[in-house]
Design a protein around this ligand. Structure first.
Ligand code: HEM
Length: 228
């Protein structure tokens, strides 16, 4: 297992863990946003899509089987992503010769601070989001297996408006996190070249904007009465 300890101890290995788990999480966020666009096609479509996700793979796979597999992969990816980020920060701190340089405000520091705070906001958001729309713990009137009705209820009334504002702020933080994450991912893959960098920037901005605009459109559409 020496390759495994090499992978988890070296900065290159940790960056590889960040990159692979980042791609998995990024893929989920994109597919989830596209799936949620069903809210614009009405309750029937959106709820049928939720039922499909619970039954996908049947009868070969038991009900909720693939859903639980996806949950496990996502949970493991999020855990490893956070561990690698924390561990790389510790390595960078240990390698810094003086506190003076630590205080220097340069682009890298700005980006890594954004990543850290953005990451914390996104983590708090995910915890709230699961209690809101999956377990319904913080959503009065929650109806199991009715994502459309829950989504509308979740962003309606005073409590819903407060939730909607939190969703919008958290999804803007997620957008910045995705932008910096995609940009750094290319760096980790060694795809950094003055001729390629404009494409790299375009791609990172494009994806971050599409996901952010898609995601913030849902609470905004309910607040504007377009989805009800
Ligand atoms: C405004 C944007 C979003 C809306 C409206 C939304 C809505 C939903 C809804 C309706 C569900 C289904 C709950 C169910 O019926 O079981 C869900 C599940 C989920 N969402 Fe979101 N979502 C949004 C953004 C996000 C983001 C940005 C993330 C992650 C960074 C995320 C992570 C999840 C996860 C992990 C689940 C599955 C929970 C589970 O079943 O275990 N969502 N979301």
């Amino acid at each position: 297992m020496s390759w495994f300890s090499d992978l988890t101890r070296s900065a290159v290995g940790k960056k590889a863990v960040m990159a692979v788990t980042g791609i998995i999480l990024f893929g989920f966020v994109f597919i989830h946003m596209v799936g949620n666009l069903k809210v614009y096609t009405g309750a029937e479509h959106m709820n049928a899509y939720g039922d499909f996700l619970r039954q996908v793979g049947a009868p070969a796979v038991p009900p909720n089987g693939l859903l639980w597999l996806a949950r496990l992969v996502l949970l493991a990816s999020a855990g490893l992503h956070i561990w690698a980020a924390w561990s790389l920060t510790q390595m960078a701190k240990a390698a810094r010769p003086s506190r003076y340089e630590f205080k220097e405000k340069n682009h890298t520091n700005y980006a890594s601070r954004t990543m850290r705070w953005g990451g914390v906001i996104v983590l708090l958001f995910i915890i709230y989001h699961i209690l809101h729309f999956t377990t319904g713990t913080v959503l009065p009137g929650f109806e199991p297996h009715k994502p459309y009705e829950n989504l509308v209820r979740g962003f309606s009334g005073t409590l819903g408006t407060i939730s909607a504002i939190f969703y919008i702020v958290a999804n803007i933080a997620l957008g910045m996190h995705l932008y910096h994450g995609v940009w750094s991912l290319f760096q980790s893959l060694g795809w950094s070249h003055p001729r390629f960098n404009p494409w790299r920037s375009w791609f990172a901005h494009g994806f971050a904007w599409v996901i952010t605009l898609g995601n913030i459109s849902f609470p905004l559409a309910v607040m504007a009465g377009l989805v009800r």
